[in-house]
Every structure is written in C-alpha cells, then in structure tokens.
Design a binder for this molecule. Structure first.
Ligand SMILES: [Fe+2]
Ligand SMILES: [Fe+2]
Length: 189
C-alpha cells in the first residue's frame, strides 16, 4: 500500500489498525494511541508524539495480518515505516521510528537485565531482530544524533501495551500531525 498523504496515513491506521498487536491483546490502533498518549504525558515534543502514534505503521503497510514474530520472520517494519514517515513529516519523526528496534537492542546490550523486563512479544521479536547489540554496535548506535529520541520512543513503545486503557481518538491527532508536517511545530532537539 502506498501511503503518500496524511489522509491515507490516518485511513490506514483507522482501518488496518484493527489488526491485533502481537501477543498483547491490543489492536495496532490502540497500541499507537497509547504510545502517543504516553509521549504527551511525558511532555515530549510534538514530533515524538507523532512518531509514537505511527511508529509501527510499517506493520500495516502489508496486506495480510501479521502475528508479530509468530511466523519467524522479521519484516523490518521500522525501515518501511520510517520511509513512509520521512516523506510526510521529515527526519525528526522518521529517524526515531527507524531506530526504535535498534534502541531496544542497545538497551539490552548496556543493561543485562533489560531483556527480562521487556513485554513478552518484544522479547520474542528481539531474537529475530538480531538480539542485543555487541559493544561495538552499541557504541555506533549511541553516536547517532537521534539515539536519545529513539530510546525514548522505544521505552514508550514497551509501556503502550495495556489492554483496555482509555485513550483519545485517532482524529484528535490530525491537526497535530498536519502542523508537524507543515513544519509549524518543531522538535525540541
Ligand atoms: Fe515496532
Ligand atoms: Fe510498537
């Protein structure tokens, strides 16, 4: 599916977002809305709220339902999602998304207990995504300018998995998304 406008992005999220999110008992839409809400609660800037809302859009660009990691394949959703978001919002949104899986691999490399605290589906996908970074890979990741924002996004991602949690509707984020796309709201860093 080609997602070339904010309208298509919202439609895709609304329609295909009914798909389940891995093992969590949530839909993709609920997961994205919870992530956006957490970004706002943590006082993060609007580009990270939009990144949080759409960080897994790469999963929804596939036609068929995906049980995360169940098929034993890594669909590299962070890369396909970042491509979509870069065209619509620029790199302040797309780079944390492109790096959100790398951020998990980084945190597992620097904290030996981190993987144990991940949600079950995230633990399961970790192996397919390459596991914890080696020390050299961790250093390389840490040197990236967007690494801190990717780490924030990953932490939100792993918290945004509460079945039945109340959130705003997707439409509530449309003006924010348009403002970010038009460069009216900038990232803090
Ligand atoms: Fe993801
Ligand atoms: Fe996610």
């Amino acid at each position: 599916m080609h997602i070339g406008s904010i309208d298509t992005l919202f439609r895709t999220m609304q329609e295909r977002g009914r798909r389940s999110y891995g093992l969590t008992g949530l839909t993709q839409l609920e997961h994205g809305l919870q992530a956006a809400q957490l970004a706002e609660l943590k006082g993060l800037d609007p580009t990270l709220t939009i990144a949080a809302l759409f960080h897994d859009i790469g999963h929804l660009s596939y036609r068929r339902d995906i049980a995360l990691a169940d098929d034993g394949i890594d669909n590299r959703h962070e890369a396909s999602g970042a491509l979509i978001l870069a065209r619509l919002f620029g790199t302040k949104v797309s780079e944390p998304v492109r790096l959100h899986v790398a951020a998990k691999r980084f945190l597992c490399a620097i904290d030996a207990n981190y993987a144990d605290r991940l949600s079950p589906d995230s633990q399961r996908s970790l192996a397919l995504q390459g596991g914890a970074f080696t020390p050299a890979e961790a250093e390389e990741f840490y040197a990236l300018p967007q690494a801190p924002r990717a780490i924030l996004l990953h932490q939100i991602d792993d918290e945004a998995k509460v079945p039945g949690a109340a959130t705003a509707t997707l439409e509530r984020y449309r003006l924010l998304a348009e403002s970010v796309a038009h460069g009216l709201l900038q990232a803090a860093s």
